[in-house]
Design a protein around this ligand. Structure first.
Ligand SMILES: [Zn+2]
Ligand SMILES: [Zn+2]
Length: 117
């Protein structure tokens, strides 16, 4: 078992497709300050959305140069870390639950901040 354990497992969802993203190796020239944080990719083969912990959601350059994609940028109110989409609700399509990978605090797009732990 050679899995590299980070201090906390995160399970970001693709903000487009709402399925759980899988850890990938970034082969692009996307250097992240020497950080070994894994990148996450959507399972949809055509989906270019990636997530890394220090950067948040982003699209690799070159995939879609027609327009700048607007990636959601929800940051943690405590440490400013880009939060990841942790939960959606099928019955409430506008609902989003965001979570900070650093301090694990959650917030919803409805404005409430949920204390965790
Ligand atoms: Zn996707
Ligand atoms: Zn935080």
């Amino acid at each position: 078992m050679a899995s590299v354990q980070t201090k906390r497992e995160i399970h970001p969802l693709c903000y487009e497709h709402h399925n759980e993203m899988t850890p990938v190796q970034l082969r692009l020239k996307t250097r992240i300050n020497g950080s070994k944080s894994p990148a996450y990719a959507c399972r949809e083969p055509s989906c270019l959305i990636r997530y890394t912990k220090p950067r948040g959601y982003f699209m690799p350059p070159g995939g879609n140069q027609l327009e700048e994609e607007i990636t959601p940028c929800v940051t943690c109110p405590h440490d400013g870390t880009p939060m990841y989409l942790a939960r959606v609700r099928r019955d409430e399509r506008s609902f989003r639950l965001w979570r900070c990978p650093e301090c694990n605090v959650s917030r919803t797009n409805l404005g409430s901040l949920l204390a965790s732990a």
